[in-house]
Design a protein around this ligand. Structure first.
Ligand code: ME8
Length: 535
């Protein structure tokens, strides 16, 4: 199988000079397929699951804004020991329990305004069918065999461990002693694909990105790859997808869950599958690197399917320097954050305060500082000052854009440069840098107000045409800021668009030229406070 041919720019970009003024070249792609992990239904949505889905929502909006056919998938992972045990502890049947928690995920994401195209559940009939078909196909091709196996099994991880992987005889994640389990099972000939996987990772350096995670995968592959046990005897576990070729067994949860990424687009029909699947961008955190970077590509090879385009791996969030956990009582819940600060503020802070691929620490005090500085002061002031002057001096009516002065050209150039930076940084998943570029431009617009001093000029009736031009330029800065920030803070961008009284769809990329967005006589709304200062 050939490696995906479409290459993106390298993940780590050279520093971009903000002086260079480049036209915004939209990084348009015809098709984009974006996936979050399917979250286990043994916990409710929290900061970590919210972070991945917010990144995905941002990237999906970015491509949709540029006219790409975008398919964005999320959902829940519902089979396996872990869920069966959680259901038992809750005194419910696995299905009733999974229904309840899966609903909680869906309701949370909907309330957060996340715009995915499908919420898939591994208990969905089409998914069960796809898993069974792929199992049968791989079995028929001879890549699944029956064998006896004895090993150290961690129930928390739902996997066997080698002695070497254990820390002082215990699971490195759960700190529990694994059980010795001996049983007959079905195995996937993963070892057969080891060399091919190494070759693909070498040929396509961005298949797994950022690079640190690709290196981690290559390091794993320096050891011989073992075959993967892909069944569980029903005597031990019944909550799973029955093997199509032996009804005494159910499917190992990872061999089931990963296939969801194929199920969802296969259901769209062969044409859309052919267009979307090679454009698949999976987003995960580093905790599930091995299943996604080793099990998944080898499974695809065995099933005769092309590989995904990118596996995008981000770091882990801690809260005030500590691991987030129920027992520590420090779980950050997205709906609480939304109620306290607003969804856009929460999105903004997560995306601005983390570097994709690296770990990050969440602190509510830092969040408040960030909201006040960037949203209330910088952006909020720009909006309210511009609209209040437009109201005060011209009753909201936009004035012609007359002879540009050097400071007007500088302002426009800053926004053109910010637009170019956004294209580049989002393509490389450097979302914080993209936001930095937008806010640098907004900052320039605030300085432009101070330097051109329209509030002083307005005292002289002869200077009113110049005041009109300054404000027209400022309205353009609001429009372009809303356009560039729309994927990140979608509600705020739409509110700014409404204040500017621009039609729906006015924030698409590419948009009108500077000066063309506001026709003569256009009236904008009076100011509002977008982000009240938090004390
Ligand atoms: O692993 N920081 O599900 P899961 C950042 N069902 N991201 C975090 C995080 C944190 N502290 N905690 C969780 C599973 N995440 C499998 C996936 S996919 C076919 C099956 C996010 O509920 C992050 O995306 O344990 C991580 O990879 C995922 O939640 C793990 O979710």
């Amino acid at each position: 199988m050939a490696a995906p041919t479409k290459k993106n720019p390298p993940f780590v970009s050279p520093p971009v000079s903000t002086e260079t003024v480049q036209p915004a070249v939209p990084s348009t792609r015809a098709h984009v397929y974006i996936t979050t992990p399917l979250y286990y239904v043994n916990a409710e949505p929290h900061l970590g699951s919210a972070y991945t889905i917010i990144i995905c929502d941002t990237i999906a909006r970015f491509h949709r804004q540029r006219g790409a056919e975008t398919f964005f998938l999320t959902g829940t992972d519902e089979h396996g020991d872990k869920i069966a045990q959680a259901a038992e502890a809750a005194g419910e049947s696995p299905k009733a329990y999974a229904d309840r928690i899966s609903d909680a995920f869906r309701h949370t994401w909907e309330a957060c305004g996340l715009e995915y195209d499908r919420f898939i559940r591994t208990t969905d009939a089409d998914h069960v069918r796809t898993v069974r078909e792929i199992l049968q196909q791989v079995h028929d091709a001879g890549d699944i065999y029956f064998s006896k196996y004895g090993g150290l099994y961690c129930t928390g991880c739902e996997r066997f461990y080698t002695e070497k992987e254990l820390v002082e005889g215990k699971c490195p994640d759960h700190r529990t002693t694994p059980d010795w389990i001996e049983e007959e099972n079905y195995f996937f000939r993963m070892s057969k694909y080891q060399e091919r996987l190494v070759a693909v990772l070498n040929e396509d350096p961005d298949l797994v990105r950022p690079e640190r995670y690709r290196n981690e995968v290559l390091a794993m592959l320096r050891e011989p790859l073992e075959d993967l046990c892909i069944s569980r005897p029903k005597a031990r576990l019944t909550w799973g997808i029955e093997l199509p070729f032996d009804d005494r067994f159910v499917t190992y949860v990872w061999f089931d869950a990963l296939i969801n990424y194929v199920t969802a687009v296969r259901e769209l029909g062969p044409e859309r599958f052919a267009a979307l699947w090679p454009a698949a961008n999976h987003f995960i955190a580093k905790d599930i690197l091995k299943p996604h970077a080793v099990f998944w590509p080898t499974m695809l090879m065995a099933a005769g399917l092309p590989l995904f385009q990118h596996l995008n791996v981000h770091g882990y969030w801690t809260v005030n320097g500590e691991k987030m956990s129920k027992s520590l009582g420090n779980v950050v819940r997205p709906l609480e954050m939304k109620a306290r600060y607003g969804m856009d503020a929460f999105r903004y802070v997560l995306l601005r305060e983390s570097v994709f691929g690296l770990d990050a620490d969440f602190r509510e005090d830092a969040m408040v500082t960030r909201i006040n500085a960037d949203l209330a002061n910088n952006l909020g002031n720009l909006v309210s000052r511009t609209l209040s002057m437009q109201q005060r001096y011209f009753g909201g009516v936009v004035q012609p854009l007359a002879d540009p002065r050097p400071e007007d050209d500088d302002l426009r150039a800053t926004f053109a440069a910010a637009a170019a930076e956004v294209e580049e940084h989002v393509g490389e998943l450097m979302l914080a840098r993209a936001l930095e570029a937008i806010w640098r431009a907004a900052d320039h617009a605030n300085k432009y107000i101070v330097e051109t001093a329209p509030f002083t000029l307005a005292k002289d009736p002869a200077a009113l045409p110049r005041v009109g031009t300054i404000l027209h330029n400022l309205l353009e800065t609001l429009r372009v800021t809303a356009q560039l920030a729309a994927p990140f803070i979608p509600e705020t961008a739409q509110r700014i668009r409404e204040l500017l009284r621009l039609p729906e769809g006015a924030l698409a990329v590419p948009g009108p030229q500077w000066g063309d967005a506001f026709p003569a006589g256009h009236v904008v709304a009076p100011p509002v406070a977008l982000f009240p200062r938090i004390e």
